[in-house]
Design a protein around this ligand. Sequence first.
Ligand SMILES: Nc1ncnc2c1ncn2[C@@H]1O[C@H](COP(=O)(O)OP(=O)(O)OP(=O)(O)O)[C@@H](O)[C@H]1O
Length: 644
Amino acid sequence: MSMFGGGFGGFHTGGRPAMGAAGRKGNGLPFAGIPDDLVEGVAKLEATEPDHGDPRAAFDPVNDDGGRVSLGRLLVGRPGLLVAAAIAILVETLLLQAGPYLVQVGIDHGIADRDLRVLVVATVCFVAAVLLTGVATAVRMRKTGVLAASATRDLRIRIFAHLQRMSLDYYTKEKAGVTMTRMTSDVEALQSLLQDGFAQFLIQGLTMVVVTAVLFHYNAELAILTLVLVVPPLTAASLWFRYAADRGYNRQRDTIAAMFADLAESLNGTRVVTAHNRQERNVVAHRSVVGDYRDANDWTGRINAIYGPGTSVIGLVAMAVMLLLGGRMVLRGTLTIGELTAFVLYINSFFQPVQQLVQLYTQYQQAKAAVGKIRGLLSTPPSVRESPTAVALPPVAGEIVFDDVSFGYLPSRPVLSHLSLRIAPGETVACVGPTGAGKSTLAKLVTRFYDPVDGSIRIDGHDLRDVTLSSLRTQIGVVPQEPFLFAGTLRDNLAFARPGASDDEVWAAVDAVGLRELVERAPDGLDTVLHERGQSVSSGERQLLALARAFLAEPRVVVLDEATSNLDLRSELRVEAALDALLEGRTAILVAHRLSTAMRADRIIVVDDHGIAETGSHDELVRSGGRYAAMFDQWAASAGRPPR
Ligand SMILES: Nc1ncnc2c1ncn2[C@@H]1O[C@H](COP(=O)(O)OP(=O)(O)OP(=O)(O)O)[C@@H](O)[C@H]1O
């Protein structure tokens, strides 16, 4: 909820701001300080809150300055933690291998030599090694846990910041569910590798080296035999598993993204789904998506079920063979019983790492694929980019000029071509025309949601591409066709573009659009919580709230895409009155779907055939008898008004 601002500015990364509660300002309320009797309680409460560092995160609207994402960079970014974890890993690995050696000492020098003292020392050392291993493991887990948590936190913020930076076309192309997957399962794949995977990789790799050396130390002949017996089948099994797992986990990642995409779409479109009785078909469709995911899981489960027990069998058979061969050496007196016991125990320690390393390989592959996808997202530049030489747009009077502008979403399908238009400061221009003609597109170009393919758009003589995006957008107020309200309070929603607005200013906006009655009727006034996407208010109220939001932002230019939803007459009159208040003294571009709105504009342009087909005042256009006149006749007939 804090995303609405309340004076936070920048990105709130959660947790406790650097300054104390007493220092917080700018949430729109005159701050009178904390009453004395509450100071102690507030301090106590603050002390219990986790410290998440500075809540502000740097945000550059153009570039992601965090550098390339790679597994290596994520690790080396925190050298202190890495060194501590590495030392703990070394201690843990060496201590883990002390067991079989101590067993051998106990058998050969304690039991065989009938020396109780050696047996006791070996046992005590065994217990000490186990306890120390426990401590080293705990230290290692703690360090890698912190490493993983902080690295992925930073990554999540970077991805989120980048998503804020992306232009509209990205969201048109990319499904929301797939973007969600980047933030959830991809980051989690990375987190589990950083948390445990890398450490296990080192531990198991090191164990293999240590155990191989120890096996040779005990008996070179037996060690060579073990390797000859074990390495070929194990290599074959591991290569097969690697190949099968690569395929399996790729499929798993694709199907999980598809599942998220389907889920997100269903949740967003729940009203339409209900209205069109699509629930059952949606369940069937989701069943199929979930079924694919299940199949992918089933496949990876199956290959794991073959590889795990298969390699265990190889290891156990090798152990049995060594028992026979080593036993013969004991009978011949070339090996002691203790050495044979230790040898057989070490064989087990040789196997487990191989198995684990192969399993870890798949985890590594998953994380690598996730990093690739995240890197792809972070390196996708916003299509509307701020020029490095962009300057802040000074306060404008509001003159807008389209100079020979051509634009199309797809190169092969131009929407507007060679369009020229001048809108004087303070003028209200209404765009009308057939559906799909490009009226909304024209409005989107003024707000620089898209850049023209050719030509330029200037505001008070400044090319939009030469000014900073934030300075441009603070002077342009946008009221979209479907006003979006966030889950949060009425105040948060109204002050969305100006989080620092005072209560008086918020109320002034509420009054300007005639919403005082609604706010006063609401259970908690301005603090009443709205539901996600404003589902708890009517569509007329949503439009009025959107107008109030734009009013509060005090823009010089208003771009309004009129809602197509039909309102009852009373609501429509209220919206029209609110519109008058908002447009007073401002330059405005209205995408008018109702001719009653268009009629009130200073000038009307008819957008058709990729450009402006007609332009003039209502009366002029009606008199000229062209397309507008025809539209007006049609509208007047359907609205029961007298034709011209
Ligand atoms: N993101 C997009 N990607 C590709 N094509 C698009 C995109 N948005 C709009 N279009 C196409 O561009 C054309 C102009 O769309 P636009 O929304 O500007 O029309 P409009 O005149 O505002 O229509 P309406 O009156 O129905 O709102 C349409 O043919 C539309 O299909």
